[in-house]
Design a protein around this ligand. Structure first.
Ligand SMILES: [Zn+2]
Length: 372
Protein backbone atom coordinates (compact mmCIF):
# COMPACT_ATOMS: atom_id res chain seq x y z
CA UNK A 1 0.00 0.00 0.00
CA UNK A 2 1.44 3.34 -0.98
CA UNK A 3 2.67 5.32 2.00
CA UNK A 4 4.27 8.75 2.30
CA UNK A 5 7.30 8.03 0.03
CA UNK A 6 5.20 6.42 -2.68
CA UNK A 7 2.58 9.18 -2.77
CA UNK A 8 5.35 11.79 -2.64
CA UNK A 9 6.93 10.14 -5.69
CA UNK A 10 3.63 10.18 -7.59
CA UNK A 11 3.24 13.88 -6.72
CA UNK A 12 6.76 14.69 -7.93
CA UNK A 13 6.23 12.78 -11.18
CA UNK A 14 2.85 14.34 -11.75
CA UNK A 15 3.92 17.93 -11.04
CA UNK A 16 5.73 18.67 -14.33
CA UNK A 17 3.19 16.63 -16.33
CA UNK A 18 0.04 18.29 -15.00
CA UNK A 19 0.98 21.76 -13.74
CA UNK A 20 -0.20 24.56 -15.99
CA UNK A 21 -2.60 22.33 -17.92
CA UNK A 22 -6.31 23.07 -18.22
CA UNK A 23 -8.89 20.31 -17.73
CA UNK A 24 -11.00 20.00 -20.89
CA UNK A 25 -13.05 16.85 -20.20
CA UNK A 26 -13.70 14.37 -17.38
CA UNK A 27 -15.05 10.85 -17.58
CA UNK A 28 -15.92 8.51 -14.71
CA UNK A 29 -17.15 4.97 -15.18
CA UNK A 30 -17.49 4.17 -11.47
CA UNK A 31 -19.48 6.88 -9.62
CA UNK A 32 -18.45 5.62 -6.17
CA UNK A 33 -14.87 6.64 -6.89
CA UNK A 34 -16.00 10.20 -6.10
CA UNK A 35 -15.93 10.69 -2.33
CA UNK A 36 -16.99 14.34 -2.39
CA UNK A 37 -19.21 16.07 -3.54
CA UNK A 38 -21.50 14.07 -5.87
CA UNK A 39 -20.15 12.85 -9.23
CA UNK A 40 -22.00 15.52 -11.28
CA UNK A 41 -20.74 18.38 -9.13
CA UNK A 42 -17.27 16.84 -9.15
CA UNK A 43 -17.12 16.79 -12.96
CA UNK A 44 -18.67 20.26 -13.31
CA UNK A 45 -16.21 21.66 -10.76
CA UNK A 46 -13.21 20.36 -12.69
CA UNK A 47 -14.15 21.43 -16.21
CA UNK A 48 -12.18 24.39 -17.52
CA UNK A 49 -10.01 24.57 -14.40
CA UNK A 50 -6.29 25.06 -14.66
CA UNK A 51 -3.99 22.85 -12.57
CA UNK A 52 -1.67 25.15 -10.62
CA UNK A 53 0.44 22.56 -8.85
CA UNK A 54 0.62 19.11 -7.29
CA UNK A 55 1.28 18.51 -3.61
CA UNK A 56 1.10 15.66 -1.13
CA UNK A 57 -0.46 15.69 2.33
CA UNK A 58 -0.37 12.45 4.33
CA UNK A 59 -1.21 9.76 1.75
CA UNK A 60 -3.28 12.12 -0.41
CA UNK A 61 -2.38 13.83 -3.68
CA UNK A 62 -3.61 17.40 -3.89
CA UNK A 63 -3.93 19.15 -7.24
CA UNK A 64 -4.58 22.84 -6.64
CA UNK A 65 -6.83 24.38 -9.27
CA UNK A 66 -7.42 27.98 -10.17
CA UNK A 67 -10.42 29.45 -8.37
CA UNK A 68 -9.30 27.94 -5.06
CA UNK A 69 -10.52 24.39 -5.48
CA UNK A 70 -8.44 21.25 -4.88
CA UNK A 71 -8.68 17.93 -6.68
CA UNK A 72 -7.73 15.28 -4.12
CA UNK A 73 -6.76 11.76 -5.09
CA UNK A 74 -6.25 8.87 -2.69
CA UNK A 75 -4.68 5.97 -4.53
CA UNK A 76 -5.29 3.72 -1.49
CA UNK A 77 -4.22 0.07 -1.97
CA UNK A 78 -4.04 -0.41 -5.72
CA UNK A 79 -4.69 2.91 -7.50
CA UNK A 80 -2.22 3.94 -10.21
CA UNK A 81 -1.90 7.28 -12.00
CA UNK A 82 -0.60 7.76 -15.51
CA UNK A 83 -0.42 10.67 -17.94
CA UNK A 84 -0.72 9.34 -21.48
CA UNK A 85 -1.80 10.51 -24.94
CA UNK A 86 -5.60 10.79 -24.91
CA UNK A 87 -5.85 8.45 -27.90
CA UNK A 88 -4.03 5.57 -26.19
CA UNK A 89 -6.32 2.60 -25.53
CA UNK A 90 -7.23 1.93 -21.90
CA UNK A 91 -8.40 -1.27 -20.23
CA UNK A 92 -11.53 -1.67 -18.08
CA UNK A 93 -9.64 -0.87 -14.87
CA UNK A 94 -9.20 2.79 -15.78
CA UNK A 95 -12.07 4.45 -13.92
CA UNK A 96 -11.29 8.15 -14.18
CA UNK A 97 -10.02 9.97 -17.27
CA UNK A 98 -9.18 13.66 -17.14
CA UNK A 99 -8.38 15.31 -20.49
CA UNK A 100 -5.66 17.93 -20.39
CA UNK A 101 -5.43 20.73 -22.96
CA UNK A 102 -2.14 19.39 -24.39
CA UNK A 103 -3.76 16.26 -25.84
CA UNK A 104 -2.83 14.04 -22.96
CA UNK A 105 -4.97 12.42 -20.33
CA UNK A 106 -4.56 11.84 -16.60
CA UNK A 107 -5.80 8.31 -15.92
CA UNK A 108 -6.59 6.67 -12.63
CA UNK A 109 -6.45 2.90 -12.88
CA UNK A 110 -7.51 0.69 -10.00
CA UNK A 111 -8.16 -3.04 -10.26
CA UNK A 112 -9.81 -3.19 -6.86
CA UNK A 113 -11.68 0.11 -6.90
CA UNK A 114 -10.41 1.32 -3.51
CA UNK A 115 -9.11 4.64 -4.85
CA UNK A 116 -11.12 7.79 -4.12
CA UNK A 117 -11.18 11.28 -5.56
CA UNK A 118 -12.78 14.46 -4.28
CA UNK A 119 -13.14 18.12 -5.01
CA UNK A 120 -12.52 20.42 -2.07
CA UNK A 121 -11.52 24.02 -1.59
CA UNK A 122 -8.48 25.68 -0.11
CA UNK A 123 -9.00 28.43 2.47
CA UNK A 124 -6.60 31.39 2.86
CA UNK A 125 -4.83 29.55 5.68
CA UNK A 126 -4.03 26.68 3.32
CA UNK A 127 -6.45 24.20 4.84
CA UNK A 128 -8.37 21.84 2.56
CA UNK A 129 -12.08 22.15 3.31
CA UNK A 130 -15.09 20.00 2.62
CA UNK A 131 -18.30 21.98 2.12
CA UNK A 132 -21.05 20.63 4.32
CA UNK A 133 -24.17 22.09 2.73
CA UNK A 134 -24.47 25.35 4.63
CA UNK A 135 -22.98 23.98 7.85
CA UNK A 136 -19.47 24.79 9.02
CA UNK A 137 -17.08 23.38 6.37
CA UNK A 138 -14.87 20.58 7.68
CA UNK A 139 -11.07 20.46 7.50
CA UNK A 140 -10.29 17.28 5.55
CA UNK A 141 -7.02 16.81 7.46
CA UNK A 142 -8.24 17.87 10.90
CA UNK A 143 -7.51 14.43 12.34
CA UNK A 144 -4.15 13.96 10.66
CA UNK A 145 -0.91 14.30 12.55
CA UNK A 146 2.04 16.39 11.36
CA UNK A 147 4.16 15.63 8.29
CA UNK A 148 7.23 13.76 9.55
CA UNK A 149 9.54 15.19 6.86
CA UNK A 150 8.41 18.80 7.37
CA UNK A 151 11.14 21.06 8.82
CA UNK A 152 9.06 21.79 11.92
CA UNK A 153 8.86 18.14 12.94
CA UNK A 154 11.70 18.21 15.46
CA UNK A 155 12.78 15.62 18.00
CA UNK A 156 11.21 17.77 20.72
CA UNK A 157 7.90 17.78 18.87
CA UNK A 158 8.10 14.01 18.32
CA UNK A 159 8.82 13.40 22.03
CA UNK A 160 5.90 15.56 23.04
CA UNK A 161 3.57 13.53 20.82
CA UNK A 162 4.96 10.16 21.92
CA UNK A 163 4.64 11.04 25.59
CA UNK A 164 1.00 12.00 25.13
CA UNK A 165 0.23 8.49 23.93
CA UNK A 166 -0.25 4.99 25.33
CA UNK A 167 -0.16 1.59 23.75
CA UNK A 168 2.28 -0.34 21.57
CA UNK A 169 4.69 1.10 19.03
CA UNK A 170 3.46 -0.60 15.85
CA UNK A 171 -0.17 0.56 16.12
CA UNK A 172 1.06 4.00 17.21
CA UNK A 173 3.17 4.46 14.07
CA UNK A 174 0.25 3.36 11.89
CA UNK A 175 -2.07 5.85 13.59
CA UNK A 176 -2.43 8.72 11.10
CA UNK A 177 -3.32 11.13 13.91
CA UNK A 178 0.10 10.49 15.49
CA UNK A 179 2.16 11.25 12.38
CA UNK A 180 0.82 11.36 8.83
CA UNK A 181 1.81 9.06 6.01
CA UNK A 182 3.44 6.11 7.78
CA UNK A 183 2.07 2.67 6.88
CA UNK A 184 3.01 -0.95 7.37
CA UNK A 185 6.25 -1.02 5.40
CA UNK A 186 7.98 1.98 6.95
CA UNK A 187 6.65 1.30 10.46
CA UNK A 188 8.39 -2.11 10.38
CA UNK A 189 11.53 -0.60 8.84
CA UNK A 190 11.75 2.25 11.36
CA UNK A 191 11.29 -0.12 14.31
CA UNK A 192 13.95 -2.53 13.01
CA UNK A 193 16.40 0.32 12.46
CA UNK A 194 15.69 1.70 15.92
CA UNK A 195 16.00 -1.79 17.47
CA UNK A 196 12.58 -1.44 19.09
CA UNK A 197 10.09 -4.29 19.36
CA UNK A 198 6.79 -3.59 17.56
CA UNK A 199 4.82 -4.68 20.64
CA UNK A 200 6.79 -2.52 23.02
CA UNK A 201 4.64 -0.04 24.94
CA UNK A 202 5.27 3.68 24.72
CA UNK A 203 5.54 3.92 28.51
CA UNK A 204 8.77 1.88 28.51
CA UNK A 205 10.65 4.15 26.09
CA UNK A 206 13.68 5.93 27.43
CA UNK A 207 14.81 9.26 25.95
CA UNK A 208 17.42 7.49 23.85
CA UNK A 209 14.80 5.04 22.48
CA UNK A 210 12.65 8.01 21.45
CA UNK A 211 15.60 9.63 19.76
CA UNK A 212 16.45 6.46 17.81
CA UNK A 213 12.85 5.97 16.74
CA UNK A 214 12.59 9.58 15.58
CA UNK A 215 15.87 9.37 13.65
CA UNK A 216 15.03 5.96 12.12
CA UNK A 217 11.59 7.04 11.03
CA UNK A 218 12.84 10.21 9.34
CA UNK A 219 15.85 8.46 7.78
CA UNK A 220 13.87 5.58 6.30
CA UNK A 221 11.18 7.88 4.92
CA UNK A 222 13.76 10.22 3.38
CA UNK A 223 15.69 7.32 1.87
CA UNK A 224 12.48 5.84 0.45
CA UNK A 225 11.52 9.18 -1.14
CA UNK A 226 15.00 9.34 -2.64
CA UNK A 227 14.55 5.83 -4.06
CA UNK A 228 11.05 6.57 -5.43
CA UNK A 229 9.25 4.32 -2.96
CA UNK A 230 8.78 0.56 -2.68
CA UNK A 231 7.25 -1.15 -5.72
CA UNK A 232 6.17 -4.28 -3.89
CA UNK A 233 2.59 -4.86 -4.95
CA UNK A 234 0.73 -2.61 -7.35
CA UNK A 235 2.48 0.63 -6.58
CA UNK A 236 4.05 2.33 -9.54
CA UNK A 237 4.41 6.05 -10.30
CA UNK A 238 3.72 7.96 -13.55
CA UNK A 239 7.43 7.85 -14.44
CA UNK A 240 8.01 4.24 -13.36
CA UNK A 241 8.63 1.93 -10.41
CA UNK A 242 10.54 2.68 -7.26
CA UNK A 243 13.58 0.80 -6.02
CA UNK A 244 13.26 0.98 -2.24
CA UNK A 245 11.89 -2.60 -2.22
CA UNK A 246 15.47 -3.76 -2.85
CA UNK A 247 16.72 -1.92 0.22
CA UNK A 248 14.14 -2.90 2.83
CA UNK A 249 15.66 -4.55 5.88
CA UNK A 250 12.63 -5.93 7.72
CA UNK A 251 9.42 -5.79 5.74
CA UNK A 252 8.45 -9.15 4.20
CA UNK A 253 11.78 -10.73 5.16
CA UNK A 254 10.09 -13.50 7.18
CA UNK A 255 12.46 -16.42 7.65
CA UNK A 256 15.41 -14.60 6.08
CA UNK A 257 18.42 -13.86 8.26
CA UNK A 258 18.29 -10.56 10.12
CA UNK A 259 20.76 -8.24 8.39
CA UNK A 260 22.19 -7.26 11.78
CA UNK A 261 22.45 -10.50 13.75
CA UNK A 262 21.73 -13.31 11.28
CA UNK A 263 18.81 -14.87 13.15
CA UNK A 264 15.64 -15.57 11.14
CA UNK A 265 13.23 -12.66 10.95
CA UNK A 266 9.80 -13.26 12.43
CA UNK A 267 6.32 -12.28 11.36
CA UNK A 268 3.36 -11.75 13.64
CA UNK A 269 0.02 -10.07 13.11
CA UNK A 270 -0.66 -6.84 14.99
CA UNK A 271 -4.04 -5.25 14.42
CA UNK A 272 -4.48 -7.41 11.29
CA UNK A 273 -1.22 -6.14 9.81
CA UNK A 274 1.72 -8.40 9.09
CA UNK A 275 4.57 -7.24 11.30
CA UNK A 276 8.19 -8.16 10.61
CA UNK A 277 10.95 -7.97 13.18
CA UNK A 278 13.98 -9.65 14.73
CA UNK A 279 13.21 -10.93 18.19
CA UNK A 280 16.90 -10.78 19.09
CA UNK A 281 17.72 -7.22 17.97
CA UNK A 282 14.32 -5.88 18.92
CA UNK A 283 14.00 -7.04 22.51
CA UNK A 284 10.78 -6.75 24.43
CA UNK A 285 11.31 -5.37 27.95
CA UNK A 286 10.24 -7.76 30.73
CA UNK A 287 7.40 -5.48 31.74
CA UNK A 288 5.82 -5.78 28.26
CA UNK A 289 6.21 -9.54 27.87
CA UNK A 290 3.10 -10.79 29.65
CA UNK A 291 0.83 -8.42 27.75
CA UNK A 292 2.43 -9.25 24.40
CA UNK A 293 2.45 -13.03 24.92
CA UNK A 294 -0.91 -13.79 23.25
CA UNK A 295 0.10 -11.77 20.18
CA UNK A 296 3.49 -13.44 20.00
CA UNK A 297 2.53 -17.05 20.69
CA UNK A 298 -0.86 -17.25 19.02
CA UNK A 299 0.65 -16.89 15.59
CA UNK A 300 4.09 -18.24 16.19
CA UNK A 301 3.91 -21.23 13.86
CA UNK A 302 2.12 -19.76 10.92
CA UNK A 303 4.40 -21.01 8.20
CA UNK A 304 6.37 -24.21 8.01
CA UNK A 305 9.59 -22.24 7.90
CA UNK A 306 8.81 -20.40 11.06
CA UNK A 307 7.75 -23.59 12.80
CA UNK A 308 11.11 -25.20 12.28
CA UNK A 309 13.51 -24.62 15.16
CA UNK A 310 15.87 -21.92 13.97
CA UNK A 311 19.61 -22.57 13.76
CA UNK A 312 21.94 -20.84 16.13
CA UNK A 313 23.42 -17.63 14.88
CA UNK A 314 26.87 -19.12 14.43
CA UNK A 315 25.36 -22.01 12.47
CA UNK A 316 23.81 -19.80 9.85
CA UNK A 317 25.20 -19.70 6.33
CA UNK A 318 25.02 -17.01 3.68
CA UNK A 319 23.72 -13.58 4.54
CA UNK A 320 23.30 -14.52 8.17
CA UNK A 321 26.95 -14.92 8.89
CA UNK A 322 27.70 -11.27 9.41
CA UNK A 323 31.08 -10.81 10.98
CA UNK A 324 32.42 -14.24 9.94
CA UNK A 325 35.22 -14.78 7.47
CA UNK A 326 34.29 -16.86 4.38
CA UNK A 327 36.10 -19.87 5.92
CA UNK A 328 34.29 -19.57 9.20
CA UNK A 329 31.07 -19.15 7.29
CA UNK A 330 31.70 -22.32 5.29
CA UNK A 331 32.47 -24.28 8.48
CA UNK A 332 29.37 -22.89 10.14
CA UNK A 333 27.28 -23.88 7.14
CA UNK A 334 28.68 -27.41 7.22
CA UNK A 335 27.85 -27.69 10.91
CA UNK A 336 24.23 -26.65 10.43
CA UNK A 337 21.96 -29.59 11.22
CA UNK A 338 21.19 -30.96 7.76
CA UNK A 339 21.42 -27.40 6.49
CA UNK A 340 17.91 -26.82 7.87
CA UNK A 341 18.56 -23.18 8.59
CA UNK A 342 19.94 -22.58 5.16
CA UNK A 343 17.07 -24.48 3.54
CA UNK A 344 14.53 -22.40 5.43
CA UNK A 345 16.28 -19.21 4.37
CA UNK A 346 16.53 -20.45 0.78
CA UNK A 347 12.82 -21.30 0.76
CA UNK A 348 12.00 -17.86 2.14
CA UNK A 349 14.18 -16.27 -0.51
CA UNK A 350 12.58 -18.28 -3.32
CA UNK A 351 9.13 -17.37 -2.05
CA UNK A 352 10.04 -13.68 -1.92
CA UNK A 353 11.44 -13.86 -5.45
CA UNK A 354 8.24 -15.46 -6.82
CA UNK A 355 6.11 -12.79 -5.16
CA UNK A 356 8.37 -10.07 -6.52
CA UNK A 357 8.15 -11.37 -10.07
CA UNK A 358 4.36 -11.75 -9.94
CA UNK A 359 4.00 -8.14 -8.76
CA UNK A 360 6.39 -6.94 -11.45
CA UNK A 361 4.28 -8.59 -14.13
CA UNK A 362 1.16 -7.02 -12.63
CA UNK A 363 2.71 -3.54 -12.74
CA UNK A 364 3.88 -4.04 -16.31
CA UNK A 365 0.35 -5.07 -17.31
CA UNK A 366 -1.02 -2.04 -15.47
CA UNK A 367 1.20 0.29 -17.44
CA UNK A 368 0.04 -1.32 -20.70
CA UNK A 369 -3.57 -1.34 -19.50
CA UNK A 370 -3.50 2.39 -18.79
CA UNK A 371 -2.04 3.10 -22.23
CA UNK A 372 1.37 4.10 -20.89
ZN1 LIG B 1 18.60 -9.31 14.47
Amino acid sequence: MPELPEVETIARDLRPLASGRTISAVRIDWPRIVAHPDPEAFVAGLLGRRILGVERRAKWLLLDLDGGSVLAIQVMMTGQLFVVPAAAPADRHVHLLIDLDDGRQLRLRDMRKFARVGLYRRDPAGRVLRDAGGREPGDVFARHGPEPLAPGFTLARFRERVRARRGRLKPLLLDQSFVAGVGNIYADEALWRARLHPLRTVATLRPDDERRLYRSLLDVLAEAVERRGSSIDDYTAPEGDGEMQDHLQAYQRTGLPCLRCGRPMRRITVGQRGTHFCSWCQRLPAVDRAGAAPLLSGQRNRSADEARPGPRWTELAGEGTLGLTPDEAARAAAKTRGGAGRLAADAAKARAERTRRAAETRRRNARAGAGA
